[in-house]
Design a protein around this ligand. Structure first.
Ligand SMILES: Nc1ccn([C@@H]2O[C@H](COP(=O)(O)OP(=O)(O)OP(=O)(O)O)[C@@H](O)[C@H]2O)c(=O)n1
Ligand SMILES: C[C@](O)(CO)[C@H](O)COP(=O)(O)O
Length: 239
């Protein structure tokens, strides 16, 4: 029986959001964003453990009184960059996770993940030799900008996908990949990039637009509308 652990990198400053508090604590449907993100993992009986990775000087977590499940643990091990936070979190879990256990890394800033998308990823990859990630095929035409923010040229977009999270790899392989990236001082902007540097080819599993990463202020209204629509659909179902 495969074992799945979740790591939630939540040690970012949210600078592109420009908010007073880090974006993972901004209210969404009346609760902090990170609490919305945690819900899908807390309610899944397929997930064995959840590790939330905070910055050492995070003052918001305690103040926000985030509701967590019994299988959730907090680690104040945030790094300068996301990949370092994840590597630090993997280190905290050393000895508690078998090298062949699956680890799913999911951005605290992606509160739109559903149990359907989570189960799609687990079902597609639980027997995979490498692992993979949720992603969506690029739908827009891609432009390369010049220094004056004018179009330099159009990039070919065939076979281009936008990576989302969770990204799911076995503990041992992920530690090896992120340690190598750190040793080479190469910045892997997602776990898959570090895995690719080992010569592997992670599987792309179809995600959904709703699983967007909340990055800029305009993303908040979008994700709020998505979560409100979820509440309305649930209300109709239960009436
Ligand atoms: N040193 C870092 C940087 C980011 N993250 C986390 O990685 C996820 C995705 O990163 P991003 O959207 O870039 O978040 P921030 O780094 O906070 O945003 P910004 O780049 O705008 O500052 C977020 O949940 C963020 O909290 C992290 O744990 N540690
Ligand atoms: C991991 C990720 O969400 C996949 O698209 C993305 O790379 C995170 O980038 P960020 O700059 O750390 O938000």
């Amino acid at each position: 029986m495969p074992i799945f652990h979740v790591i939630i990198p939540a040690a970012g400053a949210g600078s592109r959001m420009g908010s007073q508090v880090p974006k993972q604590y901004l209210p969404l449907s009346g609760r902090p964003m990170i609490e919305q993100t945690l819900r899908v993992f807390s309610s899944s009986n397929r997930i064995s453990s959840v590790a939330v990775l905070l910055s050492a000087d995070d003052l918001e977590w305690d103040a926000a009184k985030i509701q967590i499940s019994d299988k959730t643990r907090i680690y104040r091990c945030g790094g300068i960059i996301r990949s370092q936070t994840v590597l630090n979190g993997l280190g905290e879990l050393s000895g508690h996770i078998d090298p062949d256990d699956w680890v799913l890394v999911h951005d605290a800033a992606r509160p739109g993940l559903t149990d359907g998308l989570l189960n799609r990823l687990l079902d597609k990859l639980e027997n995979d030799a490498v692992g993979g990630l949720l992603a969506i095929p690029l739908a827009d035409t891609l432009k390369r900008a010049d220094d004056e923010q004018r179009v330099a040229h159009t990039e070919p977009r065939d076979h281009l996908w936008q990576a989302q999270t969770p990204q799911m790899f076995r503990y041992g392989m992920l530690v090896e990949a992120l340690k190598l990236a750190a040793e080479k001082s190469s910045v892997a902007t997602d776990e898959a990039q570090a895995i690719e540097a080992l010569g592997h080819h992670p599987k792309l599993v179809l995600g959904e637009l709703r699983n967007l990463k909340v990055t800029y202020p305009e993303d908040l209204a979008l994700i709020e509308a998505i979560l409100q629509a979820d509440v309305s659909r649930l209300a109709v179902k239960t009436n």
